[in-house]
Design a binder for this molecule. Sequence first.
Ligand SMILES: [Zn+2]
Length: 159
Amino acid sequence: MWWSDDEWEALTAAEQCGMCADAHVPTNEHSALIATTSTSHVRLARNQHHAGYSLVILREHVVDMSELPPEQLARFWADVQRAARVIDGVSRPKKIDYLVMGHRMPHLHCHLLPQHAIDDPLRNVNIADGPTYLSPEAFDAAIAALQRMWKSLEPPLGR
Ligand SMILES: [Zn+2]
């Protein structure tokens, strides 16, 4: 059964939104900040079972992609593309899967879930695989490497 109307109203309210509360902070329980653009926050997930697993989170509280004007939509996807190039440069996956869901966290964000040589391509995607947590030193090193790569890449839309 889907959420009740009251549950969904509470979940979709900006005032109670967990992503609005902590998508911009340097570190939180789930992730750490790689970069911020005019449109998005880019974060590395703490669960690194799929090395390079990151999220691009719209800065504004918008529940569904269908609500975005074309320019903002283009900037959001440009940020996703730049994040993918960064992950590709640092983690060298075979493929990156892009997941936009939001039925539990209805604030527009895209999961970038890298698939590596050890992953079975016939298995269904599960963002909760693992979890695998790096040592604090290794996680900080991953953030630093991604930040260096982020800065080295030109913004796709010239921002
Ligand atoms: Zn929000």
